[in-house]
Design a protein around this ligand. Structure first.
Ligand code: ZN
Length: 104
């Protein structure tokens, strides 16, 4: 259910948010890698086509937050942040476990 954001609008939102993920604060200019993966997320992906790309429904998001948030609906950005903080903790545990399993 992803709706295309026109490139010019996307650049406007990235500039508005200073290339900082609105969910976790990751800096899109921290490294070339970060810049490659910073994107703009539809905060509420369920809005009708006429409202989906409203600027107040668009938020700069790092790859982690964008992928973990997916199409889940949140009432507020704070609610989304709380969910993503929890997801990061869970995924970090998984990362440590997999790394240990493979690399020892
Ligand atoms: Zn983020």
């Amino acid at each position: 259910m992803s709706k295309v954001i026109p490139p010019k609008l996307k650049l406007k939102i990235l500039a508005r948010d200073n290339y900082l993920c609105r969910y976790c604060g990751k800096d899109g200019f921290e490294s070339f890698e970060s810049w490659c993966y910073i994107d703009v997320d539809h905060f509420d992906p369920t809005l009708p086509d006429t409202e989906i790309n409203n600027e107040n429904n668009l938020a700069t998001a790092c790859r982690f937050c964008n992928s973990q948030k997916g199409d889940k609906g949140f009432r507020t950005i704070q609610e989304a942040r709380a969910f993503l903080v929890q997801r990061r903790i869970e995924k970090f545990k998984e990362f440590q476990m997999r790394k240990k399993e493979i690399r020892g």
